[in-house]
Design a protein around this ligand. Structure first.
Ligand SMILES: Cc1cc2nc3c(=O)[nH]c(=O)nc-3n(C[C@H](O)[C@H](O)[C@H](O)COP(=O)(O)OP(=O)(O)OC[C@H]3O[C@@H](n4cnc5c(N)ncnc54)[C@H](O)[C@@H]3O)c2cc1C
Length: 462
């Protein structure tokens, strides 16, 4: 890129880009306002312009033109990861909305799916389920495959089968030099390693190829109790998770639903303690695993064998854009003092503004480095703590973040010191997401592929 002193004013560079690229939207364009809105709509994005590429060739042309004009580019599929992006000013950046790269092609005999980088998980599940195959999607059908896999990706099969990043068999990516590369174990293996869990900012991914698993159905469901039962449910769940086989992946949440008319009657205005998840095992084993929790007489129990295609609805994640804020951390084993700290912070007597406080069960395959894995070979820790609240304005964002930070502070004795970038809803020290050696190698690959820092990722790597 030209040095910043030699750059023309942003408006002139945007005008030059617009002349060359018909898919560029400036603030004067009627589509600009709709396109600039991320799913995490508490973050009000105002990029210099927005690109809407419809093909990998469009992306290549965009990167070439942007490099020549000294414009930076921020790829975004859905904006589920937009909160950390708010740490960057976008007024001299082109936001690249990849929704037009929406092809999904299943190869059932090879157990592979190829998806454009604008594809959301719901579309993948819909395309693969009729073949009795499943990808390692997460809890929400509207999260994008690209951002999810670039950051790691832990879903209901994670303890059995690892991260989604490590199920990626190839990526197609336009790097800062304007080359469209197909990277896999045999082509650009360093870049392939870095892209599988190393976050955005290495280029603009145009497509991903993923391994599929022969999963047609699974034992899955939800249990819930009134919030007053938080402590005993948490203690029992921790005991279940401590001894659980890799087949079981679950989450524990304390949820405070607002009294909004659009919420289902069953949860509107209620405060609940909820356990959900999936077990890739036979019915008898699943029964035995769930027995200690069922002995606590849940008010709701939906666990049973279900089609794998229903899993993206299990967690009740909001579909529509939602103004929210939050924070997360990784925790090790939780003892009595940890239970007391968490119950005090989010249990029935807490004055909490959070929609939910969640512990996601880690371990199993997540704790072992698979052969040929990417930069996020392992995720160390026993639980990921994720705290999220609805935050329609700046004051609410601050209130939620302050509370989340306070809670995370109170859990410091049990923190691993690591980060899981997909759950980091704000700026974090990205080096803490990787072992030191992997971090150094990741930074070297980043500098080699984007020496001028043309790409703006939600998380900052330096
Ligand atoms: C409701 C909800 C449920 C979630 N559930 C889970 C879960 O179960 N498990 C889990 O691990 N995470 C989960 N997450 C976190 C989610 O994985 C991250 O927020 C992820 O970044 C979202 O990816 P995206 O593409 O949808 O978001 P985006 O905001 O579009 O992208 C996030 C970042 O990824 C990079 N990126 C995206 N597309 C490209 C591209 N084409 N080329 C290069 N870089 C790109 C960019 O740096 C971008 O800023 C959830 C988030 C939400 C809001």
């Amino acid at each position: 890129m030209p040095s910043s002193t030699a750059l023309a004013p942003v408006a002139d560079r945007v005008a030059a880009l617009t002349e060359r690229l018909p898919f560029l939207r400036t603030p004067a364009d009627p589509r600009y306002d709709a396109l600039r809105q991320p799913w995490h709509c508490a973050h009000d994005q105002h990029p210099a312009a927005i690109a809407e590429p419809a093909s990998a060739e469009d992306v290549r042309l965009l990167v070439d033109a942007a490099r020549q004009l000294g414009m930076r580019l921020a790829p975004q599929g859905t904006g589920h990861g937009a909160l950390p992006l708010a740490q960057h000013r976008l007024d001299d950046v082109v936001l690249v909305r990849t929704g037009g790269l929406d092809a999904v092609i299943v190869d059932p005999s090879a157990h592979r799916v190829r998806v454009g980088s604008g594809v959301r998980w719901g579309a993948v599940v819909a395309a693969t389920a009729p073949h009795g195959l499943a990808a390692l999607h997460g809890s929400s059908p509207t999260v994008g495959v690209a951002g999810y896999c670039l950051g790691g990706g832990i879903g209901w099969y994670a303890r059995a089968l690892g991260t989604a990043a490590n199920s990626v068999t190839a990526l197609e990516v336009v790097t800062a030099d304007g080359q469209l590369r197909r990277v896999d174990h045999d082509h650009d293996p360093e870049l392939f390693w870095a892209l599988r869990g190393g976050g955005g900012g290495l280029g603009i991914v145009t497509a991903l190829e993923l391994r599929l698993e022969p999963i047609a159905d699974v034992v899955a469901g939800m249990l819930w109790w009134p919030i007053e039962r938080t402590e005993e449910v948490l203690r029992t769940w921790l005991a279940v998770t401590r001894d659980a086989p890799d087949a079981l992946t679950t989450s524990f949440r304390v949820m405070r639903f607002p009294a909004l008319p659009e919420l289902p009657d069953a949860v509107r205005g209620r405060q609940l303690v909820v356990i959900d998840g999936a077990a890739l095992t036979d019915d008898t084993t699943a029964e035995a695993l769930l027995a200690p929790l069922r002995a606590l007489a849940p008010e709701l129990d939906t666990w049973r064998r279900v089609p794998a295609a229903t899993l993206p609805e299990l967690h009740m994640d909001p579909i529509d854009p939602t103004p929210a804020a939050g924070h997360s951390t990784l925790l090790g084993q939780l003892d009595d003092a940890a239970v007391a700290a968490l119950v005090a912070a989010v249990g029935p007597d807490a004055d909490s503004a959070l929609l939910f406080a969640e512990l996601r069960q880690l371990g199993g395959a997540l704790s072992r480095a698979a052969d040929g894995a990417g930069v996020l070979a392992r995720l160390d820790g026993d639980y990921a703590l994720l705290l999220l609240g609805i935050a329609p304005d700046e004051a609410a964002v601050r209130r939620v973040r302050d509370e989340a930070e306070r809670i995370i502070g109170s859990m410091t004795p049990w923190a691993t010191g690591g980060e899981y970038l997909n759950f980091a809803e704000g700026p974090v020290e990205t080096r803490r997401a990787y072992p030191a050696e992997a971090w150094d190698r990741l930074l070297r690959i980043r500098s080699a592929h984007d020496p001028q820092r043309m790409f703006v990722a939600n998380h900052d790597f330096r």
